[in-house]
Each structure stands twice: as structure tokens, then as C-alpha cells.
Design a protein. Structure first.
Length: 139
């Protein structure tokens, strides 16, 4: 091997670098309840050895099927449908926040009641002393 052969091989390896472009982060796949049920039915009806073919065709993992079967056994079809509400920990956080705000409202209403009582007492005291609160002069 000559020096030219070695330098030519090095030049080729420098030019054959993998692309440095960063690809966008792929999004997580979601499956509808109908799709999950259809796949479970296909897998149940498949002959021995045919389940792997179905999984490859659909691009699924056996863990998907295990999870879907567990969900189906736990709560029939309702558990297969994704809920679109707040997550349970968020719902608990919202409940906690609502309770906290209700306590604050009750506290502020009590403070308002006390302030109104004080104003009422001041008005009666001013009336007993003969002070006109509108003008600030004694009558």
C-alpha cells in the first residue's frame, strides 16, 4: 500500500461523516380504544405463531398488548379509552386549592363582619356624644 492509497482512504473517511442535523423529537403514539380492542381480538383469533406477525405489521411491542389486556381486565372497555381530563394528582391539587380559597373567603368574610360591627359601634358612639360624622362638628 502506498502513501497515496492511505491518504485517499483517510480523505474518504472524512467525507463520509454521518449527518449532524438534529431531528425533531418524535411524538408519543396514542391509540384509540377501538384500535386496542381490534388488535386484542385479532391476537386472540390468530393461529399459533401468528401473533408476532400482527405485532410486526402494526409496529407494536408485546408490552403494549400486556398493558392493554391488563386494562381490559381491570375495567372492561372504559379503561382502554384515554381520559382527557386533568390527571389525578392535578385534580387533587385543584381540590386542595379550592378548599384553601374557600377558607380564605370565610376568613375575609369574618373580618368584614367585624369591620362593619366596629363602624356601627362608632356611629352609635358618635350619636351619643353628639358628634356629626358628616361634618365632624359637635352638635
Amino acid at each position: 500500500m502506498t502513501q497515496d492509497d492511505i491518504s485517499g482512504a483517510l480523505d474518504k473517511s472524512k467525507n463520509s461523516r454521518p449527518p449532524t442535523e438534529v431531528l425533531a423529537k418524535p411524538s408519543r403514539r396514542t391509540f384509540t380504544a377501538q384500535y386496542k380492542l381490534r388488535i386484542l381480538q385479532e391476537l386472540d383469533a390468530a393461529p399459533p405463531g401468528g401473533q408476532g406477525e400482527i405485532l410486526r405489521r402494526e409496529g407494536l411491542y408485546s408490552s403494549h398488548v400486556c398493558d392493554w389486556r391488563r386494562q381490559a381486565l381491570a375495567g372492561a372497555c372504559e379503561s382502554l379509552a384515554r381520559t382527557r381530563g386533568p390527571k389525578p394528582e392535578r385534580a387533587q391539587g385543584q381540590t386542595r386549592k379550592i378548599a384553601e380559597l374557600e377558607r380564605e373567603i370565610a376568613k375575609l368574610q369574618e373580618e368584614l363582619r367585624k369591620a362593619q360591627l366596629i363602624v356601627e359601634v362608632q356611629g352609635k358612639l358618635a350619636g351619643l356624644l353628639g358628634i356629626d360624622l358628616n361634618n365632624g362638628k359637635t352638635v
